[in-house]
Design a protein around this ligand. Sequence first.
Ligand code: DGL
Length: 289
Amino acid sequence: MGTMTGPIGVIDSGIGGLSVVTALRDLLPQEDIVYIADPKYFPYGEKTTEELLCIIRPFFSFFLDEFSTKLVVTACGSVSATCLPFLNREIPVPVIGIVEPGVNEAIAITQTRTIAVLATNATVKSGMFRRLIERVGRNLRVIEKAWPEFIEAVERGEYHTPSWFSQVSRELESLRSQGADTVIMGCTHFSLITAFFEEAADSRIRIVDPAKACAREVKTCLDVTGTTGSGNGQTLMYVRGERSHFHWVLDMLNGVTFQSLNSFPEEYDVVSRRSQCAFPSCARIIRTK
Ligand code: DGL
């Protein structure tokens, strides 16, 4: 089996997917990683599948044309829950999401057989977590909750307050009182602040961070396909839209240093430059941007 020099691509609407970047860095120090964040179209959790596909397709063209990316992680619960089957058909390299790794880990640890999922509206509506969990065990119960307000606070770096801390505590207590002993961070913005959830949980409920399990799945995929890298361990970031609010998060990432922070190149930003997208709902996004 040979080695490949192409990087791993990672995408999210904002900073949430950095949880996966951190986990990949720990597990695969030699790999090069290119991360794309998309504050221009944040929040993804309020978009339809068709809209999301139009929004993220330019990222795949960019990854494949500019970097010969060998694998892409959709480090976003919403994209993973809604777009993955389409992407796996369209994209000529493996595309890995966060839903399945999170589900497998939660099923392995739950004892009450009741698993909670905190995610976006798009993810909850897709029913993907529920379907996967119920497919594995018919006697498993799933409680799902969308929490877009808290995702916004995390994206803006405004979550670390006594008020949010007690809201998170109350939410976790409510899930526990409904029988859940395990809660999946079904949105990567939550997985990025797993430590905050753990502190608020105070051991009353187990927190599953899918980022680590996702990184393990990436490693397995590289091993199996013989594409483990021999890169320099570089991490690059491209941002579509306003990036001034990113600096707080870069300071808190343990062990990840970005070699460069760039704007996503306009020539690839076909979502906003062309309006011939096949999906009617996309014309709406294009018009409003
Ligand atoms: N981090 C994303 C997710 O996991 C998206 C949050 C959002 O853009 O709504 O779903």
